[in-house]
Write a protein that binds this ligand. Sequence first.
Ligand SMILES: O=C1O[C@H](COP(=O)(O)O)[C@@H](O)[C@H](O)[C@H]1O
Length: 237
Amino acid sequence: MSAMPNVTTHSFTNCSAQAVALAERVAAQLREAIAARGTAVIAVSGGSTPKDFFARLSREALDWAQVTVTLVDERWVPDTDARSNAKLVETTLLQNAARAARFVPLYTGTPTPDAGLAEAEARIAALPAPFDVVVLGMGEDGHTASFFPGGDRLAEALDPQGTAKVLPMQAPGAGEPRITLTLPVLLDTRALYLLVSGEKKRDLLADVRLGLADAKNYPVRAVVKQDRVPLAVYWCP
Ligand SMILES: O=C1O[C@H](COP(=O)(O)O)[C@@H](O)[C@H](O)[C@H]1O
Protein backbone atom coordinates (compact mmCIF):
# COMPACT_ATOMS: atom_id res chain seq x y z
CA MET A 1 0.00 0.00 0.00
CA SER A 2 1.36 3.42 -0.89
CA ALA A 3 2.15 6.12 1.61
CA MET A 4 -0.31 8.83 2.64
CA PRO A 5 0.67 11.17 5.44
CA ASN A 6 -2.22 10.20 7.70
CA VAL A 7 -2.03 6.47 7.09
CA THR A 8 0.62 4.01 8.20
CA THR A 9 0.52 0.36 7.20
CA HIS A 10 1.85 -2.51 9.28
CA SER A 11 2.02 -5.68 7.19
CA PHE A 12 2.62 -9.09 8.72
CA THR A 13 3.55 -12.40 7.16
CA ASN A 14 0.94 -14.21 9.24
CA CYS A 15 -2.23 -13.25 11.08
CA SER A 16 -1.06 -14.47 14.49
CA ALA A 17 1.80 -11.98 14.39
CA GLN A 18 -0.67 -9.26 13.39
CA ALA A 19 -2.96 -10.09 16.32
CA VAL A 20 -0.09 -10.13 18.82
CA ALA A 21 1.34 -6.83 17.59
CA LEU A 22 -2.00 -5.02 17.67
CA ALA A 23 -2.93 -6.49 21.06
CA GLU A 24 0.37 -5.30 22.54
CA ARG A 25 -0.03 -1.83 20.99
CA VAL A 26 -3.62 -1.41 22.14
CA ALA A 27 -2.87 -2.74 25.62
CA ALA A 28 -0.07 -0.18 25.97
CA GLN A 29 -2.48 2.59 24.99
CA LEU A 30 -5.11 1.41 27.45
CA ARG A 31 -2.48 1.37 30.22
CA GLU A 32 -1.38 4.90 29.26
CA ALA A 33 -5.00 6.08 29.35
CA ILE A 34 -5.58 4.59 32.80
CA ALA A 35 -2.35 6.12 34.09
CA ALA A 36 -3.29 9.54 32.71
CA ARG A 37 -7.04 9.70 33.34
CA GLY A 38 -7.96 6.74 35.55
CA THR A 39 -10.10 5.03 32.91
CA ALA A 40 -9.94 3.89 29.29
CA VAL A 41 -12.54 3.45 26.53
CA ILE A 42 -12.14 1.22 23.51
CA ALA A 43 -14.63 0.72 20.66
CA VAL A 44 -14.19 -2.43 18.61
CA SER A 45 -15.60 -4.02 15.47
CA GLY A 46 -17.32 -7.33 15.04
CA GLY A 47 -17.21 -9.71 12.10
CA SER A 48 -14.72 -12.54 11.77
CA THR A 49 -11.37 -10.76 11.52
CA PRO A 50 -10.80 -9.57 15.14
CA LYS A 51 -11.20 -12.95 16.88
CA ASP A 52 -7.51 -13.69 17.34
CA PHE A 53 -6.76 -10.07 18.25
CA PHE A 54 -9.52 -10.16 20.89
CA ALA A 55 -8.21 -13.41 22.35
CA ARG A 56 -4.69 -11.96 22.62
CA LEU A 57 -5.89 -8.65 24.04
CA SER A 58 -8.00 -10.43 26.67
CA ARG A 59 -4.81 -11.86 28.19
CA GLU A 60 -2.94 -8.55 28.43
CA ALA A 61 -2.10 -7.50 31.97
CA LEU A 62 -3.74 -4.17 32.72
CA ASP A 63 -6.35 -2.79 35.08
CA TRP A 64 -9.33 -4.06 33.08
CA ALA A 65 -11.79 -2.94 35.77
CA GLN A 66 -11.10 0.62 34.59
CA VAL A 67 -11.75 -0.22 30.92
CA THR A 68 -15.04 0.29 29.08
CA VAL A 69 -15.52 -1.70 25.88
CA THR A 70 -18.15 -0.79 23.31
CA LEU A 71 -18.84 -1.60 19.67
CA VAL A 72 -18.41 0.50 16.55
CA ASP A 73 -21.50 -1.18 15.08
CA GLU A 74 -24.00 -3.95 15.66
CA ARG A 75 -26.20 -6.30 13.68
CA TRP A 76 -29.70 -5.96 15.12
CA VAL A 77 -29.91 -9.46 16.55
CA PRO A 78 -30.00 -10.72 20.15
CA ASP A 79 -26.62 -11.44 21.73
CA THR A 80 -27.43 -15.15 21.60
CA ASP A 81 -27.33 -15.02 17.78
CA ALA A 82 -24.16 -16.23 16.04
CA ARG A 83 -24.14 -12.99 13.99
CA SER A 84 -24.16 -10.75 17.06
CA ASN A 85 -21.07 -8.57 17.40
CA ALA A 86 -21.79 -8.38 21.14
CA LYS A 87 -21.66 -12.16 21.34
CA LEU A 88 -18.26 -12.12 19.65
CA VAL A 89 -16.94 -9.56 22.11
CA GLU A 90 -18.39 -11.38 25.11
CA THR A 91 -16.98 -14.76 24.11
CA THR A 92 -13.53 -13.68 22.88
CA LEU A 93 -12.52 -10.29 24.32
CA LEU A 94 -14.34 -10.21 27.65
CA GLN A 95 -12.52 -13.32 28.86
CA ASN A 96 -9.40 -14.01 30.93
CA ALA A 97 -8.01 -10.77 32.45
CA ALA A 98 -10.45 -8.67 30.38
CA ARG A 99 -13.43 -10.32 32.08
CA ALA A 100 -13.27 -7.41 34.56
CA ALA A 101 -13.97 -4.80 31.86
CA ARG A 102 -17.34 -3.06 31.55
CA PHE A 103 -19.21 -3.70 28.29
CA VAL A 104 -21.60 -1.17 26.76
CA PRO A 105 -23.56 -2.90 23.97
CA LEU A 106 -25.47 -1.14 21.18
CA TYR A 107 -28.27 -3.71 20.91
CA THR A 108 -31.14 -2.77 23.21
CA GLY A 109 -33.56 -5.66 22.71
CA THR A 110 -36.15 -3.58 20.85
CA PRO A 111 -37.63 -5.01 17.63
CA THR A 112 -35.84 -2.49 15.40
CA PRO A 113 -32.75 -0.26 15.59
CA ASP A 114 -34.99 2.78 15.20
CA ALA A 115 -36.87 1.80 18.34
CA GLY A 116 -33.59 1.34 20.24
CA LEU A 117 -31.86 4.40 18.85
CA ALA A 118 -32.48 6.81 21.74
CA GLU A 119 -31.20 4.27 24.27
CA ALA A 120 -28.13 3.41 22.18
CA GLU A 121 -27.39 7.11 21.63
CA ALA A 122 -27.66 7.74 25.40
CA ARG A 123 -25.27 4.89 26.15
CA ILE A 124 -22.63 6.32 23.81
CA ALA A 125 -23.20 9.90 24.94
CA ALA A 126 -22.51 8.79 28.53
CA LEU A 127 -19.02 7.55 27.66
CA PRO A 128 -15.96 9.78 28.07
CA ALA A 129 -14.80 11.44 24.86
CA PRO A 130 -12.54 11.20 23.04
CA PHE A 131 -12.28 7.40 22.98
CA ASP A 132 -8.81 6.09 23.69
CA VAL A 133 -8.83 3.43 20.98
CA VAL A 134 -11.08 2.57 18.02
CA VAL A 135 -10.46 -0.64 16.10
CA LEU A 136 -12.29 -0.80 12.78
CA GLY A 137 -12.65 -3.70 10.38
CA MET A 138 -13.61 -3.72 6.73
CA GLY A 139 -15.70 -5.92 4.47
CA GLU A 140 -14.75 -6.87 0.93
CA ASP A 141 -17.44 -4.45 -0.28
CA GLY A 142 -15.54 -1.55 1.30
CA HIS A 143 -17.84 -1.12 4.30
CA THR A 144 -16.45 -0.25 7.68
CA ALA A 145 -18.44 -0.14 10.92
CA SER A 146 -21.95 -0.32 9.34
CA PHE A 147 -21.16 2.28 6.68
CA PHE A 148 -22.38 0.10 3.79
CA PRO A 149 -22.36 0.98 0.09
CA GLY A 150 -25.95 2.00 -0.68
CA GLY A 151 -26.81 2.36 3.01
CA ASP A 152 -30.07 4.24 3.55
CA ARG A 153 -28.49 6.65 6.06
CA LEU A 154 -24.92 6.54 4.77
CA ALA A 155 -24.63 10.24 3.91
CA GLU A 156 -25.89 11.19 7.35
CA ALA A 157 -23.53 8.73 9.07
CA LEU A 158 -20.52 10.06 7.14
CA ASP A 159 -21.33 13.75 7.59
CA PRO A 160 -18.30 15.25 9.35
CA GLN A 161 -20.56 17.96 10.81
CA GLY A 162 -23.32 15.54 11.84
CA THR A 163 -24.41 15.61 15.48
CA ALA A 164 -25.91 12.12 15.79
CA LYS A 165 -23.63 9.72 17.62
CA VAL A 166 -25.47 6.58 16.54
CA LEU A 167 -27.63 5.82 13.50
CA PRO A 168 -29.64 2.88 12.19
CA MET A 169 -28.51 1.55 8.81
CA GLN A 170 -30.08 -0.73 6.24
CA ALA A 171 -28.33 -1.75 3.03
CA PRO A 172 -28.64 -4.46 0.39
CA GLY A 173 -25.38 -6.11 1.45
CA ALA A 174 -25.83 -5.73 5.19
CA GLY A 175 -27.94 -8.79 5.94
CA GLU A 176 -29.97 -7.67 8.91
CA PRO A 177 -30.73 -4.07 9.99
CA ARG A 178 -27.78 -2.40 11.67
CA ILE A 179 -26.86 0.30 14.09
CA THR A 180 -23.59 2.17 13.80
CA LEU A 181 -21.55 4.84 15.50
CA THR A 182 -21.22 7.81 13.14
CA LEU A 183 -18.02 9.01 11.51
CA PRO A 184 -17.49 12.02 13.84
CA VAL A 185 -17.71 9.70 16.87
CA LEU A 186 -15.34 7.13 15.40
CA LEU A 187 -12.77 9.78 14.52
CA ASP A 188 -12.98 11.33 17.99
CA THR A 189 -10.33 8.97 19.31
CA ARG A 190 -6.74 9.13 20.43
CA ALA A 191 -5.83 6.08 18.36
CA LEU A 192 -7.50 4.62 15.26
CA TYR A 193 -6.80 1.20 13.77
CA LEU A 194 -8.06 -0.69 10.74
CA LEU A 195 -7.60 -4.45 11.14
CA VAL A 196 -7.81 -6.29 7.81
CA SER A 197 -6.70 -9.51 6.19
CA GLY A 198 -6.48 -10.91 2.70
CA GLU A 199 -5.32 -9.68 -0.68
CA LYS A 200 -8.73 -8.44 -1.77
CA LYS A 201 -8.96 -6.02 1.16
CA ARG A 202 -5.33 -4.97 0.69
CA ASP A 203 -5.99 -4.16 -2.98
CA LEU A 204 -9.23 -2.35 -2.16
CA LEU A 205 -7.42 -0.15 0.34
CA ALA A 206 -4.68 0.55 -2.19
CA ASP A 207 -7.34 1.72 -4.68
CA VAL A 208 -8.88 3.97 -2.04
CA ARG A 209 -5.54 5.49 -1.19
CA LEU A 210 -4.71 6.05 -4.83
CA GLY A 211 -8.07 7.77 -5.32
CA LEU A 212 -9.18 5.44 -8.14
CA ALA A 213 -12.66 6.15 -9.50
CA ASP A 214 -14.22 2.86 -8.35
CA ALA A 215 -12.97 3.47 -4.83
CA LYS A 216 -15.14 6.57 -4.46
CA ASN A 217 -18.03 4.26 -3.59
CA TYR A 218 -16.21 2.44 -0.81
CA PRO A 219 -17.36 3.94 2.51
CA VAL A 220 -14.03 3.04 4.14
CA ARG A 221 -12.70 5.98 2.14
CA ALA A 222 -14.12 8.25 4.85
CA VAL A 223 -11.68 6.93 7.45
CA VAL A 224 -8.73 6.64 5.07
CA LYS A 225 -9.06 10.09 3.47
CA GLN A 226 -9.43 12.21 6.56
CA ASP A 227 -6.95 14.28 8.52
CA ARG A 228 -8.60 14.27 11.92
CA VAL A 229 -6.71 11.32 13.42
CA PRO A 230 -3.85 9.17 12.11
CA LEU A 231 -4.96 5.76 10.87
CA ALA A 232 -2.82 2.66 11.39
CA VAL A 233 -3.70 -0.23 9.08
CA TYR A 234 -2.78 -3.69 10.38
CA TRP A 235 -2.78 -6.17 7.52
CA CYS A 236 -2.06 -9.89 7.25
CA PRO A 237 -2.56 -12.37 4.39
O1 LIG B 1 -20.61 -6.83 9.39
C1 LIG B 1 -19.52 -6.48 9.80
O2 LIG B 1 -18.45 -6.64 9.00
C2 LIG B 1 -17.22 -5.91 9.19
C3 LIG B 1 -16.12 -6.74 8.54
O3 LIG B 1 -16.22 -8.08 9.01
P1 LIG B 1 -15.20 -9.23 8.60
O4 LIG B 1 -15.97 -10.49 8.88
O5 LIG B 1 -14.90 -9.08 7.14
O6 LIG B 1 -14.00 -9.07 9.46
C4 LIG B 1 -16.97 -5.61 10.65
O7 LIG B 1 -15.86 -4.74 10.76
C5 LIG B 1 -18.22 -5.01 11.27
O8 LIG B 1 -17.99 -4.67 12.62
C6 LIG B 1 -19.34 -6.01 11.18
O9 LIG B 1 -20.55 -5.52 11.73
